[in-house]
Design a protein. Structure first.
Length: 118
């Protein structure tokens, strides 16, 4: 799937469907984000997992050519798809059945806190 950044990425993760995250903001918004937010990922799934589970195509990297190459490389690599499904399953399990939005928020907060200067 192709999913725009936001809570839809968590929904795709809970459904355990492999996807590519895409996002393009205004240049100023993106510059401010990169300046003030010190996170290696934009996607909630990657933040919750603490690693790059799904590919992220942001700003200038989000082109039709890059998107089609990324999708095709996923479709052609069953090993990579299988690993992504397993990691999405782990994200889903970490969120649990009820109260998952609260747990997701706590995981995101913990991840951000771990990146802040002490």
């Amino acid at each position: 799937a192709v999913v725009a950044s936001g809570t839809a990425t968590l929904e795709a993760a809970i459904a355990e469907k492999p996807f590519v995250l895409v996002y393009k903001a205004s240049s100023l918004t993106y510059i401010l984000y990169r300046t003030f937010v010190n996170l290696p990922f934009l996607g909630l799934v990657n933040i919750v997992a603490g690693k790059g589970v799904i590919p992220e195509l942001l700003q200038g990297d989000f082109t039709t050519e890059n998107l089609s190459k990324t999708i095709l490389s996923l479709i052609k690599d069953e090993k990579r798809l299988s690993k992504m499904r397993k990691e999405l399953h782990e994200v889903r399990l970490s969120l649990g059945e009820t109260g998952s939005s609260k747990r997701a928020a706590q995981k995101i907060k913990n991840f951000i806190d771990s990146r802040l200067p002490k």
